[in-house]
Design a protein around this ligand. Structure first.
Ligand SMILES: [Zn+2]
Length: 363
């Protein structure tokens, strides 16, 4: 089953379960004339709404690329995740506003057996649903599903606290509903803000997950003839589509034909392993000035803020030395670059130098 069908199927299950809960709670709420239960039914209705938004978002995001949107529509999923997280945030704020006054003026509630049973059933159903939806969401990397799964989960905890408060009030005649409600509401609000932040990070362009960048780089270095992989850059067009570029270091004796074959091999390998389309740039390597390279590494090693040095090459005829350094974002990049230049120039004065200060874009 495709990722899209999994999201749709999971959302339809969510809608079904929530609508059953709505029917169940609303009819009993109206029969027993309980506002709390009727309101709870309305809450379940908004949960069904967030699942509908997830389905619409997934369908729109799955549209095939066309002339005007050659990168596809995958980024639409970020919008649906934001909307679903915002619905969760709204639910948290509503719960907080309802619970807060109850700390000072507790409701004098007459819990009927039937209402307690309904709450208990809702706790079990919502807990199971939330666990299932969240697990699917994490597995297929769907933030919208994770958000609505967490929402169900929180509903279950909120209902459970109502149940605990009810039992305590029956036996001990004290009301804890307000305090429990406030604590849980704050947890809901915090979690929804975290979910919004995470999605925003993807939209802004976050650093590539360290695990992923290391895996891609080592996979590239497995290819014979590759001495190193650097400057890996990835851009996402939705949670499933990534394109990017990388630089590899190879022998300076390779021909265009060799490089053509080599880069095609790497592109194919990375695409089959990670579904990522990479563009590959080349650094040439020779060992003739190995001493200078070592000297440079020595100089660089005393700088904690220099994270990497690569692309070292000496062009004899032009008396030119080229290399890239990656300096930490927080350091004074220009100053570090100038100091390195000064130190290496002192050792090898006859050369001119071309230093590229790369950004620290991936691990
Ligand atoms: Zn570089």
């Amino acid at each position: 089953m495709s990722r899209q069908s999994k999201i749709v199927k999971t959302s339809i299950i969510e809608i079904g379960v929530n609508l059953i809960l709505v029917a169940f709670k609303a009819s009993i709420g109206i029969l027993t004339n309980s506002i709390a239960i009727t309101l709870d039914a309305i809450n379940n209705l908004t949960d069904a709404l967030s699942s509908i938004i997830t389905i619409i978002g997934t369908k729109l995001a799955g549209k095939a690329p066309d002339k005007n949107h050659p990168y596809g529509y995958g980024r639409i999923e970020y919008f649906s995740s934001i909307i679903v997280s915002a619905i969760v945030l709204w639910a948290g704020i509503t719960a907080l506003m309802e619970s807060w006054p109850k700390i000072f003026t507790p409701d004098i509630t007459n819990y009927t057996t039937i209402s307690l049973i309904i709450i208990a059933v809702a706790v079990v159903v919502k807990f199971a649903l939330g666990t299932y939806v969240k697990r699917v969401g994490e597995k297929i990397n769907s933030q919208a599903l994770v958000a609505s799964g967490s929402d169900s989960y929180f509903d279950a905890i909120l209902s459970l606290s109502t149940l605990v408060a009810a039992i305590i009030s029956i036996f001990f005649h004290i009301s804890l509903e307000g305090i429990l409600g406030v604590i849980i509401s704050i947890a809901i609000i915090k979690s929804s803000i975290d979910m919004i932040k995470e999605t925003l990070n993807h939209m802004i362009g976050a650093r590539i997950d360290s695990d992923l960048s290391n895996k891609i780089k080592s996979s590239i270095c497995e290819v014979p003839g590759v001495y190193g992989a650097y400057d890996l850059s990835l851009h996402n067009y939705g949670p499933e589509d990534m394109i990017g570029s990388v630089h590899i270091e190879v022998d300076d004796t390779l021909t265009a034909l060799d490089i053509h074959t080599l880069t095609r091999t790497i592109q194919g390998k990375i695409y089959s392993e990670f579904s990522i389309a990479l563009t590959i740039g080349i650094y040439a390597k020779n060992d003739k000035y190995e001493d200078m390279r070592k000297e440079l590494s020595e100089i660089v090693s005393s700088y904690e803020e220099i994270l990497e040095i690569h692309g070292f090459l000496v062009l004899e005829e032009q008396n030119l030395v080229m290399f890239d350094i990656i300096v930490d974002f927080d350091a004074d990049r220009q100053k570090v670059k100038e100091e390195i230049l000064e130190k290496i120039k002192a050792k090898y004065p006859k050369f001119n130098y071309c230093i590229v200060d790369d950004y620290d874009i991936s691990d």
